[in-house]
Design a protein around this ligand. Structure first.
Ligand SMILES: Nc1ncnc2c1ncn2[C@@H]1O[C@H](COP(=O)(O)OP(=O)(O)OP(=O)(O)O)[C@@H](O)[C@H]1O
Length: 304
């Protein structure tokens, strides 16, 4: 090929690449590569990925709201991180590794109460900077119940219904809070159902709402209680996660074996599930750690 034509062709491609965002986005991650945040899309994604072959419940109105603020509550290992990962992947292909998805873990990123003022400034700068770069940024805060109340309050202006703060609009940013706050009350409701021989599938959100309200809103030890997120109605949806039973652990282990390319082995599945501990002491219905440590226990039985 003669050099001038090649140069012109390259210049043409480059111009197209730069001036047509769609073309550029074929090769690199783009802000607002929002696929769908409809309830159906999240539902389908969670069903496909759920180890439990069950769908994660997503709030109905999320399809109407472009950028909801969600607060996920439940016992450890019940899938809160798993669900937020699905939400992130559903919006940005890179999921948690996307440049537009930001995960904060209270004990990791904000460990010292004496540094709250510094953390507060850094967190606000981080949110402001990232939303200025990409309005459709996702911020996930794990261990919200361990987060200092002052820090939770620092997030508040970004969730409030102001259109624009300091010339930046936060209306399209998605905030997801994860916590164990309310887990005991959620478990009490699930246990009541179990004791009265009712199916956990029949538990309705309204059965949980009261339990969550009592423990999350009135718990004086919870950072939520001190913060104004709740009394100012800044959270759109509280989503409860039920504690996992023995049969759910088996499902987690079974799917993990399949995904590692092993044949299902009922003997190994049962052994791993039986190594887990269950509560309450008498009935031993729910896994202490949900599905959290089953995979490392499984390593012991598999010769990788
Ligand atoms: N409901 C579920 N559906 C499918 N897989 C699940 C579910 N719950 C837990 N798991 C599996 O267990 C692992 C641990 O769950 P995850 O980390 O999401 O729990 P968590 O609720 O965020 O716990 P923690 O409160 O301790 O942070 C996940 O990686 C996932 O593989």
């Amino acid at each position: 090929v003669e050099p001038i034509s090649l140069g012109l062709a390259l210049a043409g491609v480059l111009t197209g690449y730069i001036s047509y965002p769609r073309l550029y986005c074929l090769f690199a991650e783009c802000c607002g590569q929002m696929r769908s945040l409809s309830r159906e899309a999240l539902w389908t994604a969670s069903c496909k990925k759920s180890h439990l072959k069950r769908c994660v419940w997503f709030p109905k109105q999320s399809e109407a709201q472009e950028a909801p603020t969600l607060s996920l509550h439940g016992w450890t290992g019940t899938g809160k991180n798993f669900a937020s990962k699905i939400i992130a992947e559903n919006i940005y292909e890179g999921g948690l590794s996307s440049h537009y998805v930001h995960l904060f873990v209270a004990t990791l990123h904000f460990p010292h109460a004496s540094n709250i003022t510094l953390y507060k400034d850094q967190l606000q700068m981080w949110i402001r900077g990232n939303v200025s770069t990409c309005a459709r940024s996702i911020f996930i805060f794990d261990e919200m119940d361990k987060m200092h109340a002052g820090l939770i309050d620092a997030i508040k202006p970004f969730l409030d219904y102001y259109d624009v703060v300091d010339e930046v609009s936060y209306q399209k940013a998605i905030f997801i809070f994860l916590s164990n706050a309310g887990a005991e009350r959620i478990t009490d409701v699930a246990l009541d159902f179990w004791r009265s021989g009712k199916q956990r599938e029949d538990i309705k959100l309204r059965d949980m709402e009261h339990a969550l309200a009592v423990s999350v809103f009135n718990n004086k030890n919870s950072g939520f209680w001190h913060s104004s997120l709740i009394d100012r109605n800044l959270i759109d949806y509280f989503v409860p996660f039920l504690p996992l039973e023995y049969k759910h652990l088996k499902m987690c282990i079974r799917v993990e074996m399949q995904s590692r390319g092993y044949e299902e082995d009922e003997d190994i599945i049962t052994k791993v599930a039986e190594e887990m501990t269950f509560f309450p002491k008498e009935e031993k219905v729910f896994s202490d750690k949900g599905c959290k440590t089953v995979f490392t226990k499984l390593d012991y039985y598999l010769d990788d």
